[in-house]
Ligand binder design. Sequence first.
Ligand SMILES: [Zn+2]
Length: 328
Amino acid sequence: MRAMSTSDGARRLRGGIDLGGTKIQAVIVDADNKPIGQARHPTPTRGGPPAVAAEIAATMTEAARAAGVATSDLIGIGVGSPGEVDPSEGTVAEARNLTDWTDPYPLAAELGRVLGTPVKLGNDVDVAVRAEFELGAGKPYQSLLGVFWGTGVGGGLILDGRQWDGRGSAGEIGHMVVKQGGRRCTCGRKGCMEAYAGRLAMELHARRLVKQGKSTKLFKIAKEHNRDRLTSGIWARAIEAKDKLAISLIDDAISALGAGVASAVNLLDVEAIVIGGGLGVRFGEPYAKRIERAMKPHLFLDDRPPAVHLAALGDLGGAIGAALLVAG
Ligand SMILES: [Zn+2]
């Protein structure tokens, strides 16, 4: 057994933030990357980057309190963020799934000032994939593709044991074209996998269909649960309520994921696919199996498909991965 005084223990704790389009997840991990405190707040939809930064600070403070420490006791905090992340400058720009976030915003400096400890930034999907590779479902493999099915559809690649970033933005699996001239994507292009499977794109499409006279319980269920967006939980409830439109949109999503992920496998021949993200984790194993089946017709070598796993770290993977940005 390791002898460690309380203050030594506290000094080795790290914080991790997963900044998502719907929620901010904070976690405090110990030296073995085990979560010892966590908190979750909705992502503000008004007020732009300063409002989001303030909410991140509040969420991290609550997680630290749950772990019995102050944020200034942490050796550092990592933040996994969407958009264009510049780790050396500590800025985030063009975070499309967050509102009013275009110009570079000094998120690391602002959080460091409020929370009293150094803050490092990384790409949200990259940190989640690294967490699954080092600590989760990807542990047995040297090559894998992480597919994060949530507000958007993010992707991350590990090839020969190393994260593959390309020229800085590899892994944008959500914007692989699954149908030429197809449905409008949130990126402005057409026929991307995300246009069919991203939670935000699915919501926009559901609204268009309602305008065209189609009926659905989706927005009624959202209202009943005081949500102004169709969160993963709202989709899950609509499916349970056998809502035809929700079922058909989710079927479209599965079919697009099958085509897009199988195409990536045809190119890269990775050993494993790890499915995570808000929708991926919420829908769980049966839907990972459905994606696996939807891949099959598109696999060039269908007699040796890659292993398909659900993200083992679940909802906390992104935040734990962000904490890995801080050296222990
Ligand atoms: Zn797109």
